[in-house]
Write a protein that binds this ligand. Sequence first.
Ligand SMILES: [Zn+2]
Length: 410
Amino acid sequence: MLVLLAQEASAESAGQQVSTDPMCRRWIDETQLLEEPEWIKHTVAPKERVSQLSARYGVKREDIVEWNKLKHSRVSLRKGRKLKIKTARVPPPREELTHVVVEGEEWFDVAVKHRVSTKDLRAWNYRVRSKPLKPGQELTVWIDPGFPRTVNCKRGTPPPPLEFRKDAISRGRPQYGRLKNGILLPESPLWTRRETGVNVLWASSHTVENLEKAFRSLRVDAGYDGEVIIGSISRKRGGRFPPHKSHRTGKDIDIRLPLLPGVIPNTYPRPDVVDWAGLWELIKALIDTGEVSMIFFDWRLQKHLYKAAREEGFTEEELRPVLHWPRHEHKWEAIVRHSHGHKGHIHVRFLCGVDEDQCGPSRARTLLRRGWIDPQPSGKESREGALERREQWKKEGRTLDEGDEADEDE
Ligand SMILES: [Zn+2]
């Protein structure tokens, strides 16, 4: 009944690398893929939620609720309860392990290390849940080697390059400007255009070029193959686009938060169904183009992103110039910053392109303010200079003074 593991077989036959991350390795090696879905019994681990089971088995949470006559899909499941699940993917069971606390480790660090939630970790260790940790102390952790690793596990296949005109340019500022010769975001396996998108997905060439670059890296380097929906960019000629304040020049993009495998498409992205690791890789790929000016995203939700980034190995220092969380103050220092109404999507704003001399705020001014570039840059130098300075800036954790950037909209 067992088939060879599809992920591994295809990855290896294509000569692609498989990550050395042990959890990824286990997920690939130990997950059984069946030819046909079969009924299996799942024994609920402590604090396990329906949304986690849905991702684990790649089935809809609504089906799990139905099959097991659960009262409500958000019901907390009783430990040890047996559930019926019809799936073609049978991952290894959850495991209970003991974590011995080392010097300097806090609850959050232990949670990051095992990729579990801090809340669950405290619940599994309820006797000491509100106390600081001591070195040598033992904690119970339930890990799930069957939870899908959607990023940095294997490399994806590169899609063919996009073809588009190079003469679409942004004019004026995001809140007042226009789009000249706008291009409709091309269809691509890289992203999904929202259904009613033909009127609202007009972009500048610089935007399309850098979106392609970022998504290519997300698909190939991070190996992410979940659906990512582009919601709104601009109208064909730019200009007013209610209810948005900006989105007028073809360089503001709303991207819906990606969902975990198994979640019904178009479900509202509540935190427990969002693929945070996928979102982090997307944001990282966007920032790595060196062309992102800022990203708006609700401050409270940034905590999930912060944790996902830490789980991928990024340090507190590395994340300081990128995410506003966990600080309250200095909103303007980080690329990802709070803005009201940005909960189900992120809003990405690109810099003005090198050739877009009527675009505002000017590229040079933005880069200068960031400390990413020397005064008076020109042409190609400004791009390379920007990348170089940004690296430097990341290392130094420099602070910014950008209080004059306008707040965003829904
Ligand atoms: Zn927006």
